[in-house]
Design a binder for this molecule. Structure first.
Ligand SMILES: Cc1cc2nc3c(=O)[nH]c(=O)nc-3n(C[C@H](O)[C@H](O)[C@H](O)COP(=O)(O)OP(=O)(O)OC[C@H]3O[C@@H](n4cnc5c(N)ncnc54)[C@H](O)[C@@H]3O)c2cc1C
Length: 174
């Protein structure tokens, strides 16, 4: 069995999946290869800026993203600034975002990166030109004058795929 794609995206984090959404909305045939079947529960990527939310608006996922936040609506989402030690006086600091608020048409938000990734992955399901290979790891990437050859291995298994991107299209073969 052989698959042909215009683009291969290595990495299923927010950048890779975001790129797949962007390409998919334009009908560009692409495959995104991500090491993990599910987003990893790591404490990172909490703050999403107004500009990021503007991208999500054009990707049609602002409501889904805001619904995925863990902090209840109405709670402050800035950082806590403490002076001295953690028992000292402290207060919520808005981190200056209110200064730039009027330059954007979406508010910033705060949620764990794995929640954002889940929303982005869900969006891919409605984009027929995007193929997802979550649970697969790109093992080698070799480039010559005419294209790129990649090999892909199942992260938790023994299966392998090899493929070649010939500038005009990627060919993935079992
Ligand atoms: C502690 C911490 C706090 C942070 N806080 C914020 C914040 O508040 N706001 C903010 O905007 N940013 C924050 N960041 C930065 C943010 O997490 C990164 O900018 C973001 O993760 C980058 O996304 P990415 O998709 O490029 O990379 P990653 O999120 O690293 O995703 C890359 C993906 O590719 C996969 N991968 C790697 N190699 C392969 C391979 N060979 N084959 C297949 N898949 C592969 C990985 O498993 C991973 O899923 C924080 C980062 C850290 C570490």
């Amino acid at each position: 069995m052989a698959e042909r794609h215009q683009v291969i995206i290595v990495g299923g984090g927010p950048v890779g999946v975001g790129m797949a959404v962007e390409l998919g909305l334009r009908g560009i045939d692409c495959v995104v290869v991500g090491r993990h079947e599910e987003p990893q529960h790591l404490p990172k990527g909490q703050n999403l800026t107004q500009r990021t939310l503007e991208h999500f608006y054009f990707w049609g996922i602002v409501d889904q993203l805001r619904n995925a936040r863990l902090m209840p609506m109405g709670y402050p989402i800035g950082g806590v600034t403490a002076y001295g030690d953690m028992m000292s006086e402290h207060w919520y600091a808005p981190q200056g975002r209110e200064v730039v608020r009027n330059f954007y048409f979406e508010k910033n938000d705060r949620l764990p990166q794995y929640q954002t990734e889940a929303v982005l992955r869900e969006r891919l399901k409605d984009l027929p030109s995007v193929t997802t290979l979550f649970g697969w790891t790109v093992e080698t990437v070799e480039q010559d004058a005419n294209g790129v050859t990649v090999t892909i291995g199942e992260t938790e298994g023994a299966a392998r795929k090899g493929g070649r991107y010939e500038w005009a299209g990627l060919c993935l073969k079992d």
